[in-house]
Write a new protein. Structure first.
Length: 222
């Protein structure tokens, strides 16, 4: 079987620094990181993929959280990235979380920006395509929401076993995600930290400077 290959753009950074991978949220693509990727690349190489079925990546199923996870790990292999900093927004955060559970030795640090916690969320399945993503495969959304509404219960239990530093970035009361559960998720992780930037679900697009400062402070303090 031919392995699925994610579209990915890379920005060079200082030699010897741990590379960073930026994962976008559902209904978007890697362009959501256009403002911040060059800033992060001042300190490290940065890689910005488009998840399966989104952006420049082929619209080829199957879709699902564990599929996205495996695509990400395959990308690390293809780029010969032994160890990375993973930064994921929303869907990308959930994928980064699953990749860390599956291969903790590949992850130096993890940033979860408005990441849906692995508890049943009861999100209704909407119809139509997100207006922000003209190349978004409509089959993605129901597959993703099936997992968010019925996650593997082991994932919440395994939060306490994550061995790497984790920054949970919450968007505050205007986010649709349960902020109290995000706080509990951060507290459950051994080396978990919580920061709230109260701009809603789209933290890094709405408050790029505050988000970048929070990430860099977290990484500098590891």
């Amino acid at each position: 079987m031919t392995q699925y290959v994610l579209a990915c753009r890379s920005l060079p950074g200082p030699a010897g620094a741990t590379p960073m991978v930026l994962l976008h949220g559902g209904g978007g693509d890697g362009s959501t990181w256009d403002e911040l990727a060059p800033r992060f690349a001042q300190r490290r190489p940065v890689h910005v993929p488009d998840l399966r079925g989104m952006g420049r990546s082929e619209r080829t199923g199957p879709y699902g959280m564990t599929v996205f996870r495996d695509d990400l790990l395959a990308l690390l292999d293809r780029l010969a990235l032994d160890r990375v900093v993973l930064v994921g927004h929303s869907l990308g955060g959930f994928v980064s979380f699953l990749a860390t559970l599956a291969a903790p030795d590949r992850v130096e640090a993890l940033v979860l920006e408005e990441c849906p916690p692995p508890v049943p969320l009861g999100i209704p399945v909407p119809t139509g395509l997100p207006p922000s993503a003209p190349y978004y495969d409509r089959e993605i959304r129901p597959a993703v929401l099936e997992t968010l509404n019925g996650p593997d219960p082991r994932w919440w239990a395994e939060l306490s076993a994550i061995p790497v530093p984790v920054l949970v970035v919450a968007g505050g009361p205007t986010s649709f995600l349960p902020q109290d559960v995000l706080a509990k998720m951060a507290a459950r992780i051994q080396a978990g930290e919580l920061v709230t930037i109260p701009v809603g679900h789209l933290v890094h697009p709405e408050a790029p400077d505050a988000f970048a400062d929070a990430v860099e402070t977290f990484l500098a303090g590891r």
